[in-house]
Design a protein around this ligand. Structure first.
Ligand SMILES: *[C@@H]1O[C@H](CO)[C@@H](O)[C@H](O)[C@H]1NC(C)=O
Ligand SMILES: *[C@@H]1O[C@H](CO)[C@@H](O)[C@H](O)[C@H]1NC(C)=O
Ligand SMILES: *[C@@H]1O[C@H](CO)[C@@H](O)[C@H](O)[C@H]1NC(C)=O
Ligand SMILES: *[C@@H]1O[C@H](CO)[C@@H](O)[C@H](O)[C@H]1NC(C)=O
Length: 361
């Protein structure tokens, strides 16, 4: 570098002296070459920068589009408003945590939470077994709702809340809250599952899915994962994503946000890199962008986000091959859990294309 600086200095001396004196053609040629060299030198950092942008649509526009990375732009340093030490506390009776399940919930989802506590969350034995859980929240500009949440946390001690605005657009922040909390407060757990509060999670199925895929999960996120997906460019769609917001032709796939699972090693890495990637409002795509950036993969595991196959009865829901089912409301869940017969309308709700074998139960 010192040599380079010396060369540039010498060059300038010659250039300046040539400008002062009457320049000969040979010297003039040197001056032109030197100037060209300087221009190229100045451009190098800019060329370097553009390597991180994938210009697929309009090259000149693309330079102003979403960058592929940014330094500490998603630092996620929100204050914790409600915490729980109990969730990941171990004891001589329960020395190890196999899986931590963090469930994205909303303030008004009390009925769902209470139903889960009475059904599939009983496997956690009130957070004393080797499977643990907590519901996770952002903040609402609603004093009453926040107070109710605090009361609920005093009863069950299974609530985590951070001080970011709780909204649909901010679901990505909620997911990163899960990754952060797991890696800072529950790093001794082996696996993390992130799911939502409109899900049925079949714990024996989850256990088997993790056991069968434990090797892959060391370097992958597992669930209902698609290897490829294209952004929706139709402005009228709920999933519309503009070229400015995301310039690449396709997403690096994604694992459906309704439920996915991974190892603690991955949780730590994903959270670390997430700070340096520009925000993306679809949380499952954002997680996939993080996974891509650290050179890890998405791993399809059967049984996640199941399309239930007939016959529709609680035996199907409790089979080892089923991990999660989406949109199971509190009443339906209670019936399935207690092996009660379903109404015809409930079956149509949970599986549109299946035979109606509800009378069999
Ligand atoms: C690309 O973007 C530039 C700058 O906005 C614009 O002037 C140009 O017309 C665009 N080209 C195409 C092919 O859309
Ligand atoms: C868990 O707590 C509830 C009360 O909140 C209690 O009824 C239940 O028996 C507890 N279960 C276990 C396994 O301790
Ligand atoms: C919160 O709600 C209050 C009363 O409804 C309102 O005056 C205030 O502007 C809101 N604050 C924010 C940040 O939305
Ligand atoms: C997301 O949360 C941040 C931090 O609280 C807040 O500034 C922002 O307004 C929220 N965005 C939406 C759309 O709720």
């Amino acid at each position: 570098m010192a040599d380079m600086n010396g060369m540039i200095k010498k060059g300038w001396v010659i250039v300046c002296s040539q400008i002062q004196r009457k320049a000969s053609p040979r010297h003039l040629l040197f001056v032109i070459c030197f100037m060209t060299f300087m221009v190229v030198l100045i451009q190098i950092p800019r060329l370097h920068k553009s390597r991180y942008v994938t210009p697929v649509y309009n090259q000149s526009e693309a330079l102003r589009y979403r960058p592929e990375q940014c330094y500490n732009c998603n630092s996620h340093d929100f204050k914790i408003l409600i915490n729980s030490d109990k969730v990941c506390k171990t004891s001589s009776v329960s020395p190890e945590i196999h899986t931590l399940i963090l469930i994205a919930s909303i303030h008004k989802g009390r009925a769902q939470r209470d139903t889960y506590r009475k059904t599939w969350l009983t496997y956690t034995k009130n957070n004393t077994a080797d499977v643990r859980y907590a519901f996770i929240f952002g903040n609402l500009n609603d004093t009453e709702a926040n107070a109710a949440l605090l009361e609920e946390s005093k009863i069950y001690d299974d609530i985590l809340q951070e001080d970011f605005q709780d909204s649909y657009i901010n679901l990505t922040i909620k997911t990163m809250m899960a990754f952060k909390w797991a890696s800072t407060h529950c790093a001794h757990a082996q696996y993390l599952m992130k799911t939502d509060d409109d899900m049925y999670v079949n714990m024996p199925g989850l256990r088997k899915a993790i056991g069968d895929n434990s090797q892959q999960l060391q370097s992958a996120i597992g669930g209902k994962c698609m290897p490829e997906a294209d952004p929706v460019r139709d402005k009228t769609s709920k999933w519309f994503v503009s070229y400015q917001y995301y310039p690449r032709k396709s997403y690096p796939g994604y694992c459906a946000g309704t439920g996915y699972v991974t190892s603690m090693a991955m949780v730590k890495e994903v959270f670390k890199v997430s700070k340096h990637l520009p925000f993306f409002y679809l949380e499952d795509v954002f997680v996939s962008l993080c996974v891509e950036r650290i050179g890890k993969s998405l791993h399809l595991i059967e049984g996640f986000n199941s399309n239930i196959v007939s016959p529709i009865n609680s035996k199907v829901y409790k089979s080892d091959n089923l991990v999660t089912v989406h949109r199971v409301g509190p009443e339906l869940l209670l019936k399935l859990w207690n092996d009660q017969c379903l109404e015809e309308s409930e079956i149509l709700l949970s599986a549109e294309n299946n035979e109606k074998t509800w009378t069999d139960c």
